[in-house]
Design a protein around this ligand. Structure first.
Ligand code: SF4
Length: 157
């Protein structure tokens, strides 16, 4: 299936993207202690805000960025993103919430691939996560198989 974005392009975008790609935009701002994303009403070029991030702070700790979904990404399998598959493998949790208003939807790879299921989990996805969060490490690791995830979740109960 080909999704055509607002700009008429079939290029899809990654909602857990790079801060420094030329096309990168700010998707949202991490807020509160749990770091959930509050989405911006309109995309802001990443280049316009990166200079405001204090030195020594990894930009993706405080902001979420969107950038092109690229064929050489470690998470790509054919036309699909395996990261969103792993994100959706996590057990449903309180962190799942209503579908956010989001400026990326028309061109979002995760939306194209899984629809509203990804949006419910999206605000809690961390591009950077806390040390010791084994499940988050497994979800983020492109080498993690579905079987490994299922096994870990079954053991953790
Ligand atoms: S809320 Fe949905 S459409 Fe928006 S970036 Fe997240 S997954 Fe994509």
């Amino acid at each position: 299936m080909t999704t055509v974005g607002e700009d008429g392009s079939s290029q899809t975008w990654c909602p857990s993207g790079e801060a420094h790609a030329p096309e990168s935009v700010v998707l949202g701002v991490r807020s509160g202690q749990d770091g959930r994303v509050v989405y911006l009403a309109d995309p802001v070029p990443a280049a316009d805000v990166l200079g405001e991030v204090p030195q020594g702070v990894e930009p993706r700790r405080v902001l979420r960025f969107a950038s092109h979904c690229v064929s050489d990404c470690v998470n790509r399998r054919g036309g699909d993103c395996t990261l969103v598959e792993r994100v959706l493998s996590r057990p449903a949790a309180q962190e799942d919430g209503p579908v956010p208003r989001c400026h990326l939807r028309a061109r979002c790879q995760w939306w194209k691939q899984t629809g509203v299921a990804a949006c419910a989990r999206c605000p809690a996805v961390s591009t950077r996560h806390h040390a010791g969060d084994v499940l988050a490490d497994l979800v983020a690791d492109p080498a993690t198989t579905q079987e490994q995830l299922d096994e870990w979740i079954a053991v953790a109960g």
